[in-house]
Design a protein around this ligand. Structure first.
Ligand SMILES: NC(=O)c1ccc[n+]([C@@H]2O[C@H](COP(=O)([O-])OP(=O)(O)OC[C@H]3O[C@@H](n4cnc5c(N)ncnc54)[C@H](OP(=O)(O)O)[C@@H]3O)[C@@H](O)[C@H]2O)c1
Length: 280
């Protein structure tokens, strides 16, 4: 149940954006409930809390370190070879571990690097491939990379990332990019899988209820059936537990079609929007 199409990657993850303060308590709750993949990033401010929670979970005998899959991301303004290596070492310290299960580039085009982002991405990616070769990062990936950003890495003679972590939910399906990654053997993690509230309608509440589930679980199940690894975030213990109860039902073809039809390919349009990334 807890393995994605890629046997090394858990089938679902727990995200920690906006959880900086309470991260330790909430991540410990998530690990106790059964989560194994924990996603953080320097910019979330939750790496320390994730590290403390992982350490405490191991100390209490809830998991062994090797059963956890801890992933964090290079800060977008630190792309560059030496910056990436330094950021990685600092992340290990903050997360109280001597290896990471996955280290990722967070966004392809950081503010202020519009002119030289290609060179910076290639240099940072070179550093990540070396961290993988040394076994310090067991896996390496990227987030929010569009086709051309991925091809810029291979054009420089570097391997493709193992994972692309993308905003993906029924309202924003990025089908072309997903196909491109799939065809090249990349695994796909889905951020904001809950769809930013678009399923909170009487129609989808009724669909979820037919399966004995809530709309959050329906959104996560849709993501799993698309072959994604959804990253869910919650500070509510009941949601944390419920969000793991998605492996005992299957969304039927008609309901899948109704969910698929919600695609407007509209992202959330903040400063890190895909619209902005598409300009470079
Ligand atoms: N790489 C990137 O650029 C990037 C960008 C954004 C996010 N991410 C990662 O992806 C993770 C997930 O994205 P997200 O934080 O937007 O998460 P999300 O899981 O799509 O949305 C979180 C919201 O959903 C609510 N929720 C959770 N379970 C629910 C349920 N069963 N029923 C109803 N509501 C529920 C939560 O409220 P409660 O607390 O009340 O449960 C919270 O308000 C992030 O935490 C982060 O790790 C990555």
């Amino acid at each position: 149940m807890n393995v994605s199409e890629m046997a090394w990657l858990p089938a679902i993850g727990f995200g920690t954006a906006d959880l900086a303060g309470p991260a330790e308590r909430i991540v410990l709750e998530a690990i106790s409930a059964g989560h194994r993949l924990i996603d953080t990033a320097r910019v979330y401010g939750s790496e320390e809390g994730v590290g403390l929670a992982a350490e405490e979970a191991v100390r209490r005998g809830i998991v062994r370190r090797e059963e956890l899959f801890l992933e964090t991301k290079l800060a977008p303004d630190r792309h560059g070879y030496h910056e990436a290596l330094r950021d990685f070492e600092e992340a290990l310290e903050r997360m109280r571990t001597d290896y990471l299960d996955m280290f990722m580039l967070h966004w392809p085009v950081a503010r202020g690097s519009e002119d030289d982002y290609r060179e910076k991405n290639v240099a940072a990616w070179q550093a990540l491939t070396e961290l993988k070769e040394k076994g310090k990062a067991r896996h390496i990936g990227v987030c929010n990379f569009l086709e051309r950003h991925l091809l810029q890495l291979t054009d420089a003679g570097l391997p493709l990332p193992e994972v692309n972590q993308l905003e993906l939910h029924p309202g924003f399906q990025q089908r072309g990019l997903v196909r491109f990654c799939r065809e090249r053997g990349m695994a796909i993690e889905a951020w904001s899988p809950m769809g930013r509230g678009i399923l909170k309608t009487p129609q989808f509440e009724a669909v979820a209820a037919r399966y004995g589930k809530d709309v959050g679980q329906l959104a996560l199940r849709w993501s799993i059936q698309k072959g994604f690894v959804p990253l869910t975030r919650s500070s509510d213990p009941e949601h944390i537990a419920h969000n793991l109860e998605i492996f005992d039902f299957e969304i039927g073809p008609q309901d899948t079609e109704a969910l698929d039809a919600l695609n407007t390919n509209t992202d959330h349009q903040d400063i890190w929007s895909y619209k902005r990334q598409q300009m470079y």
